[in-house]
Design a binder for this molecule. Sequence first.
Ligand SMILES: Cc1cc2nc3c(=O)[nH]c(=O)nc-3n(C[C@H](O)[C@H](O)[C@H](O)COP(=O)(O)OP(=O)(O)OC[C@H]3O[C@@H](n4cnc5c(N)ncnc54)[C@H](O)[C@@H]3O)c2cc1C
Length: 325
Amino acid sequence: MSVLVFAENADGKFKKSIFEVVSYAKAIAAQNNTSLVAISIGDVAEDELAGLGKYGADKVLNVSTTQLKTFVNQAYASVIAEAAKKEGANIVVLSNSFSGRGLAPRVGVKLEAGVADGAVSLPQQTDGKFSVKKTAFSGKAFATVELTSANKVIALTPNSYKVVDGGNAAPVETFSVEAKESDFKTMVKEIVRATDKVSLPDAEIVVSAGRGLKGSENWGMIEELANLLGAATACSKPVSDAGWRPHSEHVGQTGIAVSPNLYIAVGISGAIQHLAGISSSKVIVVINKDPEAPFFKVADYGIVGDAFEVVPKLIEAVKQYKALA
Ligand SMILES: Cc1cc2nc3c(=O)[nH]c(=O)nc-3n(C[C@H](O)[C@H](O)[C@H](O)COP(=O)(O)OP(=O)(O)OC[C@H]3O[C@@H](n4cnc5c(N)ncnc54)[C@H](O)[C@@H]3O)c2cc1C
């Protein structure tokens, strides 16, 4: 028995969410007194792969074929399932990223495994039971699910487990698996990143704004605040529907789900469909001129005031703080 973790790369590099998921998988391996094997698919340099050992991987399997250079959901799921079988891994861990959300159920089917996607904490393993706390109902609630199958697949929500480093470089082994033609019915030909800014699903800080900002011409202060804080920018649905901001920034039930350490909401009412995408944020700050705005009910800190006065003051305060630091 061992634990297998899928380490997904972005342009040949591993992001922080992968260090989180490797650290998380290591903790599960430790709970079960077993080893942790990581698998990487695509074009990643040897030292980057070996570096996963720092976060707990005892060994790294490297799958690097031309056919699998870009992400192909079905084919990647087959490779991960084959690796799990070969390594005797009965627990497979992935990030609940865009790709991870597609992979987890497919790997689950191939391994006849119970799946817990959107996990937010380590599994509880008592009295022979294996339970995982996860987000439910588009992030509106949490559920604790019990995985009763012998094999288990867990997809970890980004920003819900701390990065634990301190290990040593891990040995890297080439892993080859016969590709099935049926796995390549749909191919990703090219991935064009929307911007080179902080990626929204991975962001630790998000500055988000809504219809209270009146128009796209007023986003300068939101971007300035986000740049100062190293944050990603986001918006409510009507804002992207109106074309004030790109759809890639739309957060909520029908948009992206985020789980940053800090979510700053400016001029957003806090409709249930918006809250669905942000409820696993650690700290929520709301700026709204209406003291009755529903968003204040879920806020950790609230500022009742006009965004056009509050945000410039906040920018000044952050600049002063940075100058002192
Ligand atoms: C099926 C369905 C799915 C949906 N999915 C989503 C989704 O994924 N994401 C999403 O966001 N919405 C979604 N919606 C829409 C959602 O119901 C709300 O209509 C939307 O979130 C409201 O956006 P808003 O808060 O920006 O705008 P508004 O509701 O217009 O609120 C604007 C807020 O700004 C405040 N304000 C105004 N001026 C200022 C100022 N100068 N300073 C400070 N505050 C100010 C107001 O007090 C108000 O609270 C969905 C709706 C449906 C029916």
